[in-house]
Design a protein around this ligand. Structure first.
Ligand SMILES: Nc1nc2c(c(=O)[nH]1)N[C@H]1C(S)=C(S)[C@@H](COP(=O)(O)O)O[C@H]1N2
Ligand SMILES: [Mo]
Length: 389
């Protein structure tokens, strides 16, 4: 961001100092700086699998706050529709005073807003080498401005977002299974929809959305898992009752035991099912580099926007040591951190990071998550293996 002299006068010296920070303090590699290889990547890891249906971010390439568009991860359940922005319309329907049918151009004519937002797929995990994650600058309009334009009906409580993509799903009712073709869809409460953050987005890092990212328009829910960010948006439907679609009520849920000893026969043990909503607190080591004898460990944190208290790094069986958060991080960006690894010796090492937020929530270990029985929302600390030559 460029700050003119007039801006400095207008916003004051403190703001000038703030804006004068480099775009990111985790820079591209310095002269002489080289990567220390990770030894925990499976041979099969491919950022771009051959079928072209998804893309993983290769964390070893993270060199700044913003993930370049051609590296930004993508994943979805069905086909990836190719929509024509000249004819595609987004309907606003259901319990609204004025039903709308909005084109990309209609949205672009509305007041524009931008956010730097990081997110991951709720299925992101060590198996995916944490590559179902990215961070970008999104441009669009506030969802609440669109809702205001339609006029929210008095009875509306729930806002459902439909994508233009569709597929067949099993819908089970008692002993019967129906195969039903349906659109991808997710919902949020009207209360959440009217917060300032949710956006209908049409650009990523200054470029129109790519088809893979939901062209022409998608929802972005800052602080939520990727599944909330409905791509190829085709309809926004307001209703009174809860939306029970497959990807809302069944597919994206987490099942865990609480209470008792966790044993299935223990009467004190309860089984709890919850929706996948906000990002759970997670940190991952992305990259380790060496410059002469100096070693640097870099990584990212994702969470729901709660301010962080600390990020720490542990080398082998050593103590937890504080890492430094990047000053360019924002509330909803992923938060980059750097740790200066002193006294690194040749050979194999295990490095792990953990993040703590201001509410005292600490990123769990894999062991801490033993009572989570399903694989989504895996925010466990991830030990990484490197080899120093
Ligand atoms: N229309 C539609 N939107 C969708 C999906 C989908 O299958 N269809 N998948 C969701 C899931 S599970 C994730 S993790 C994110 C991924 O967003 P990205 O592909 O832009 O990274 O898209 C979400 N939005
Ligand atoms: Mo996902």
């Amino acid at each position: 961001m460029e700050l003119t002299r007039r801006d400095t006068l207008k916003y004051g010296a403190a703001a000038a100092a703030l804006f004068a920070l480099p775009e990111w303090a985790v820079p591209a590699l310095a002269a002489g700086e080289v990567d220390v290889p990770f030894t925990d990547y499976p041979d099969t890891f491919a950022a771009n699998p051959a079928n072209g249906e998804r893309r993983f971010l290769d964390l070893r390439k993270v060199d700044g706050l913003i993930t370049p568009n051609d590296q930004f991860f993508f994943i979805q359940h069905y086909n990836r529709p190719e929509l024509d922005a000249a004819t595609h319309k987004i309907k606003v329907s259901g319990l609204v005073k004025t039903p709308l049918s909005l084109s990309l151009a209609d949205l672009q004519a509305m007041p524009k807003t931008e956010i730097v937002n990081g997110y991951e797929c709720s299925g992101n995990s060590p198996n995916a080498m944490q590559g179902l994650s990215s961070n970008g600058r999104f441009t669009g309009v506030r969802l609440r401005d669109v809702l205001k334009r339609a006029g929210v009906g008095d009875a509306a409580r729930e806002v459902v977002f439909f994508g233009a993509d569709r597929g067949k799903e099993d819908v089970v009712f008692r002993q019967q299974t129906f195969k039903i073709e349906q659109q991808f869809a997710r919902s949020i409460t009207l209360e959440n929809a009217q917060k300032p953050e949710p956006m209908l987005v049409y650009a990523l890092n200054g470029q129109p959305l790519a088809r893979n990212s939901g062209f022409p328009v998608r929802l972005v829910m800052p602080g939520w898992y990727g599944v909330a960010n409905v791509k190829w948006l085709s309809e926004i439907h307001l209703q009174e009752g809860r939306f029970l679609g497959n990807f809302q009520a069944r597919w994206y849920r987490t099942i865990r035991t609480v209470g008792g000893n966790g044993g299935e026969t223990d009467p004190e043990t309860q089984w709890v099912e919850t929706e996948v909503t906000h990002l759970n607190l997670k940190s991952v080591i992305a990259r380790v580099t060496k410059n002469g004898s100096a070693h640097t460990v870099r990584g990212w944190v994702l969470n729901d926007g709660t301010p962080l208290k600390s990020v720490e790094v542990k080398v082998d069986d050593g103590p937890w040591k504080p890492a430094v958060l990047d000053p360019a991080n924002t509330k909803h960006s992923w938060k980059l951190f750097t740790y200066n690894w002193e006294g690194a010796t040749p050979g194999a090492h295990t490095l792990v990071s953990r993040v703590t937020d201001v509410n005292g929530q600490v990123q769990p270990t894999a062991e801490d998550l033993a009572r989570k029985k399903t694989f989504l929302e895996n925010n466990a600390q991830m030990p990484r293996k490197v080899m120093i030559a």
